[in-house]
Design a protein around this ligand. Sequence first.
Ligand code: ATP
Length: 241
Amino acid sequence: MLEVDQLTTRYGAITALHGVSLRVNAGEVVALVGPNGAGKTTLLNTVAGLLRPAEGAVRFNGADITGTEPATLVRRGLALVPEHRRIFKDLTVEENLRLGGATLSASQRRHKVHEMADVFPVLRAKWSTSAGFLSGGEAQQLAVARALMCDPKLLLLDEPTLGLAPTMVDVVFDLIARLRTKGLTMLVVEQNATRALHMADRGYVLRTGHVVADGAGAELAADSRLFESFIGGSAEESGAS
Ligand code: ATP
């Protein structure tokens, strides 16, 4: 479904990705892990059209989408849940969801908003609350629900558990598991490396802009040497849940 081919992305003189290649097959959950500054967010933002790569290509369902506008990608079925969630704190839960459906017709949008209220009872309970009053876990669910408004085929999730209390981390991992059973394809960047790799079908380890390992999620999670040399700390430490 997604093919990233030899992607190089720079911020001025800083090269954040050095010829990174990876793929996500339809129906898969793929985890992208690695230390701070490895280039994980840069990769997701380049795929989602927020950054233009200097070299390389991104293909989605066989079509070259390199450098395509984010709004066009959303219409084609590729949605990003950004790092730090980026919800509109002064708007209500419902208004945030409506914005997520900006590319839909009015009736489609109404339908999807009602669907999200059913899928996320936590949000229904806070329907008219300003998003700034939500807990971290609720805000993350809103960020995911907003991305789901446009029925994505591929969801990119950037650090969905960042800053959450342990119980809310569980809620977000459960949510990812639920979306997976519905057949949604996901590429997930996660700081809880072990847990993310265990949940994923496959994983990639990124370090200083290079893919340094890839393989079945559970196998990568069990590789303590990999964790010590590339991610930092033991597998257990990196998987704090
Ligand atoms: P983290 O887990 O800390 O978010 P990451 O793996 O997502 O890290 P990126 O945020 O993609 O890593 O950063 C990759 C590299 O690019 C780092 O060296 C970072 O300092 C640099 N970088 C990221 N954003 C910018 C920017 N806007 N301007 C300049 N350099 C940047």
